[in-house]
Design a protein around this ligand. Structure first.
Ligand SMILES: C[S@@+](CC[C@H](N)C(=O)[O-])C[C@H]1O[C@@H](n2cnc3c(N)ncnc32)[C@H](O)[C@@H]1O
Length: 398
C-alpha cells in the first residue's frame, strides 16, 4: 500500500501469506467433518488405540461398539481450502479470491490511536484528545491513568449509535477544528452519537482507491455511496477523478462541501447528491449510466431523505446486484466496507463474488484495523470486500 501523507503508512497484510500460516502446508490434516459428522457432534470414527491404530476386534470392544449409533455415516474427507478460484471456462470468468486480508491503518499526522482498554479508546484528532466507547477494546489500557485524565473530551452514556450518550469536556474546546489528510483539509466537530466527522481508519481505503486511480492511468468516473463528510470523494477528485457523491443527509452534504472549499478543491468535478442510495442506484441502472469505480460504506441502519429504510442485511444483496450493473465495461474497482460487524467478511466476500461472476480481476476481503501508536495491538474496526481489475488490462465483459 502507498504511504500515508505523513507518519505511519496503512499496510495491508495477507494473513494467509504469513510464515507457517499457509493453508497449503503439508502437515497432518484433521478432517473436521470426519470428527463431527453426526448432528449431535459425537465422534463416529472407528475406535483407535492410544497410538492411533484401529482397535482390536475383541469382545469388549464389540460390546462398546454397540453403544455407538447404528447407522453412523462413514467419515467424509474434507478437501483443503482452495482460495484461488480459477476461471471455470474460457467463457465464464470469475474474480480470484484473496482472504483473509488484514488491512492495518497506522495513524497519520492528525490521527492516532493512543491507547485502548476496558471498553474505551483514547484517540487524538488533530489538536484534541478524546475518549470514546469501544466495544472491541476488551483488554486493559497500557498507558497510565494520568494520560487518560488529560483527555480534552469524553463521550459517555449509551454506546449504541442511537443512544442518548453525550460529550463532556475537560476544558474549553472549539466547536469546529481543522484536520488534514493529504490534499484534503476538513472540519472536525463533536457530534451526537460520538462521531467527530471522520472515520480515520478509512485512510487505508482512501489510499487503495488512490492506487487504483493511478494504476488505471486515465480519468475515472467514480460513484461514492453513503459518502458522509466527503473524504472518500475529495481525495479521488484531487487525483483527477470525476466523482458523484450520494448521501441522505443534507447536513453531511453541506459539511462535505465545506470540506471541499477548505481543501481548495472547488474546481474539481464533484456532483453532490442528497438522495436515498438505493433509489439513486436503481435510477442510474434504468438510465444506463456506468462508473469506473464504486465506493460504498453503508451503515447498519439508515434512513433516506424521505424516510426510506436502509437495513444492511436486507438491502445489501440488491444494492450490490445494482452496483454490478453500474460498473463500466472497463471498470477499475469496487470497494465495500461495512461496520455491520455482525456480518463476516466471508459473507460479504461470497456476496461480492456472486455479484461479480463473469469479471476477471481479484476480490480481497478481510478486516480493517487501527494499530495503536507505539504499541503492538490492533483494534478491529470494520469489514471490507474490494474488487480490482487485473493489472495492465482492462476488465472485460462488465
Ligand atoms: C458510515 S457513514 C459513511 C462514512 C464515510 N464513508 C466516511 O468514510 O467518511 C454512513 C452515511 O450514510 C448515510 N446514509 C444513511 N442511510 C442512507 C440512505 N438510505 N441513503 C443514502 N445515505 C444514507 C448517512 O447520512 C451517513 O452520512
Amino acid at each position: 500500500m502507498s504511504k500515508s501523507p505523513k507518519g505511519g503508512a496503512p499496510r495491508a497484510r495477507n494473513a494467509q501469506s504469513k510464515k507457517g500460516g499457509s493453508r497449503k502446508d503439508n502437515g497432518p490434516k484433521r478432517s473436521f467433518a470426519a470428527k463431527r459428522d453426526n448432528r449431535d457432534g459425537r465422534d463416529t470414527r472407528p475406535a483407535r488405540d492410544a497410538r492411533g491404530g484401529q482397535k482390536e476386534n475383541t469382545a469388549a470392544n464389540r460390546s462398546n461398539r454397540r453403544e455407538q449409533p447404528r447407522s453412523a455415516p462413514a467419515p467424509v474427507a474434507v478437501e483443503p481450502i482452495v482460495r484461488e478460484h480459477k476461471p471455470t471456462s474460457a467463457r465464464f470468468k470469475t474474480p480470484a479470491s484473496i482472504l483473509p486480508v488484514m488491512v492495518e491503518m497506522n495513524g497519520w499526522e492528525d490521527y492516532a490511536l493512543l491507547d485502548m482498554g476496558h471498553g474505551q479508546k483514547l484517540e487524538r484528532y488533530g489538536r484534541y484528545t478524546v475518549i470514546r466507547p469501544e466495544a472491541q477494546a476488551m483488554g486493559a489500557p497500557r498507558l497510565p491513568e494520568s494520560d487518560w485524565k488529560r483527555a480534552d473530551a469524553i463521550f459517555t452514556g449509551d454506546v449504541e449509535e442511537e443512544g442518548p450518550g453525550r460529550w463532556k469536556f475537560a476544558k474549553q474546546v472549539d466547536e469546529i477544528w481543522q484536520m488534514k489528510y493529504g490534499p484534503a483539509t476538513f472540519n472536525g466537530q463533536f457530534m451526537s452519537f460520538r462521531h467527530v466527522g471522520v472515520f480515520p481508519e478509512q485512510a487505508a481505503h482512501w489510499d487503495w482507491v488512490g492506487q487504483q486511480i493511478k494504476k488505471s492511468d486515465r480519468q475515472l468516473k467514480i460513484l461514492n455511496l453513503f459518502g458522509y463528510t466527503g473524504l472518500a470523494s475529495l481525495l479521488p477528485a484531487a487525483l483527477g477523478a470525476h466523482v458523484t457523491h450520494v448521501d441522505a443527509s443534507k447536513k453531511a452534504i453541506g459539511w462535505a462541501r465545506e470540506n471541499q472549499e477548505l481543501s481548495g478543491l472547488e474546481d474539481k468535478p464533484i456532483r453532490w447528491i442528497c438522495d436515498d442510495a438505493m433509489k439513486f442506484v436503481e435510477r442510474e441502472v434504468r438510465r444506463g449510466n456506468t462508473y469506473d469505480g464504486i465506493i460504498l460504506d453503508p451503515p447498519k441502519y439508515g434512513r433516506g431523505p424521505n424516510g426510506e429504510v436502509w437495513d444492511f442485511f436486507e438491502n445489501v444483496p440488491h444494492m450490490l446486484a445494482c452496483v454490478r450493473k453500474l460498473l463500466s465495461p472497463n471498470a477499475q474497482f469496487l470497494l465495500m466496507s461495512s461496520y455491520a460487524i455482525r456480518a463476516s467478511f466471508l459473507s460479504s466476500h461470497e456476496l461480492m463474488r456472486e455479484c461479480l461472476d463473469g469479471l476477471p480481476g481479484t476480490i480481497e476481503s478481510g478486516e480493517l484495523a487501527i494499530r495503536e501508536l507505539n504499541g503492538p495491538r490492533l483494534l478491529s474496526t470494520s469489514l471490507f470486500s474490494r474488487w480490482s481489475a487485473p493489472d495492465n488490462t482492462k476488465a472485460e465483459g462488465a
